[in-house]
Design a protein around this ligand. Structure first.
Ligand SMILES: [Fe+2]
Ligand SMILES: [Fe+2]
Length: 417
């Protein structure tokens, strides 16, 4: 929703005049003027979240000088003299039958670590309201994030409820990570509109870390599996670290956040290329913790899913580099494995990997018992969100239901030498 207080009075008066003219007996069918205010404003983390911050938005009009302004929150009331203006990069996007829209992005840098900033976006004088974010620190300070599985269906009607519950439960989240299938039909701009309606102002303050799911690709019933490419609406909506393998830009990426190495994989294509890249990233990793996010499941729990591709390709690498946590979606149920290595629960003090499958929407699949010998807990028919609290010695993963009740938890301990 747009904030009417940002609309100049002359525009409000003109708007009412147009309503009166176009709904009156003399209505000629001339389309209303495009809304000049920015919409779908979303923060994303960069490769260096202690030094920079990405913001993306879109507008119906191209505008003259799309830009973003930033000021330390402590100077917000003197923003007129202290704000820095950064010109945006803009791309034109065709959204189905509708007219073209314009997506804009800015990366604010260099920023000061562990500092709260206010920013706004638009095309002067049509600015958004001011929003705020906080840069990561440059130390291994404790932090928490929120993790969601597939939302996919009834995103505005019910996904919104989970988002509101999460923001009230975790007002200090560093960012929100989505494990893919955020919507049901990635090429459909109306579904992206629904997603942004559901998340409302939240991605203006909590940067999104999106993982591409299969539903961010075209439906394989209409386009053959090997010809599918991610929806052309993905990259314009987000500004993500561009450090993945060539050809998989902004769908495969990594970043370091206060002592945790995060790796986002794209389970939809070129897994061999990604395995090689992952090996390189993890071999250079100096963080205390490693969390990998991929939409598709390594040990599937959906009764009709038997694919072992991800086990074969990824588990040897996860084992070799002692990945702590793997976050997944796709199976529309909940699962948390025991700590695993070489497809078996570890014993004693041996280091293993915990695999999570989450579901955050109202679409549910039956859960199989095929991997019950690896599971600590499975569940179905729950819309869940999760907190991940990290400090130097422990990683606490908690699952919450729509009633904000904790329904599962695991604490992973790190024995730092
Ligand atoms: Fe899904
Ligand atoms: Fe999926």
């Amino acid at each position: 929703m747009k904030r009417i207080e940002n609309i100049p009075l002359r525009r409000i008066i003109a708007g009412w005049f147009l309503v009166l003219v176009f709904t009156g007996p003399g209505f000629t069918g001339i389309p209303a003027a495009a809304d000049p205010l920015p919409e779908r404003i979303v923060l994303n983390l960069t490769q260096t979240p202690h030094l920079s911050q990405a913001v993306t938005w879109r507008s119906e009009e191209k505008g003259e000088i799309p830009a973003a302004q930033i000021v330390p929150v402590s100077y917000l009331l003197e923003a007129k003299s202290h704000a820095v203006t950064v010109k945006a990069d803009t791309c034109r996007v065709q959204t189905g039958e509708q007219q073209d829209v314009f997506h804009h992005s800015v990366v604010f840098e260099p920023l000061i670590p562990d500092t709260e900033y206010a920013y706004r976006v638009g095309d002067s004088p049509d600015w958004s309201e001011w929003s705020r974010f906080e840069t990561a620190s440059d130390r291994k300070d404790p932090f928490r994030l929120v993790f969601f599985g597939d939302v996919q269906k009834q995103v505005a009607a019910l996904g919104s409820q989970l988002f509101r519950t999460a923001v009230m439960a975790v007002p200090d989240a560093a960012f929100w990570l989505f494990a893919g299938d955020m919507i049901n039909n990635g090429p459909d701009d109306r579904e992206w509109a629904e997603f942004f309606e559901a998340v409302s102002w939240m991605p203006k303050t909590f940067p999104l870390v999106p993982v591409p799911g299969n539903h961010e690709y075209p439906d394989p019933r209409f386009i053959p599996e090997n010809e599918r490419v991610i929806t052309p609406l993905w990259r314009p909506h987000f500004t993500l670290p561009d450090n993945g393998p060539p050809g998989l830009e902004e769908t495969v990426y990594s970043f370091s956040y206060q002592g945790v190495c995060f790796v986002v994989l794209n389970g939809n294509e070129q897994m061999d290329v990604q395995a090689e890249w992952l090996e390189t990233v993890l071999s250079r990793n100096t963080d205390d913790w490693t969390i990998v996010a991929i939409h598709q499941t390594v040990y599937p729990i959906f009764t009709r899913r038997h694919d072992t591709t991800f086990q074969e390709i990824l588990v040897p690498i996860f084992d070799r580099y002692a990945v702590d946590l793997v976050l997944q979606g796709h199976d529309h149920g909940y699962a948390r494995t025991l700590s695993l290595k070489n497809h078996q629960p570890v014993t004693g003090t041996e280091k293993g990997t915990v695999y999570i499958i989450s579901n955050s929407g109202p679409k549910f699949y039956p859960v199989s018992d095929r991997y019950d010998h690896l599971m600590a807990r499975t569940g179905s028919k729950e819309m869940l969100f999760h907190t991940i609290d990290v400090d130097e010695t422990t990683l606490r993963f908690t699952a919450f239901d729509l009633m904000r009740q904790p329904v599962d938890e695991v604490v992973i301990h790190k024995n730092i030498p």
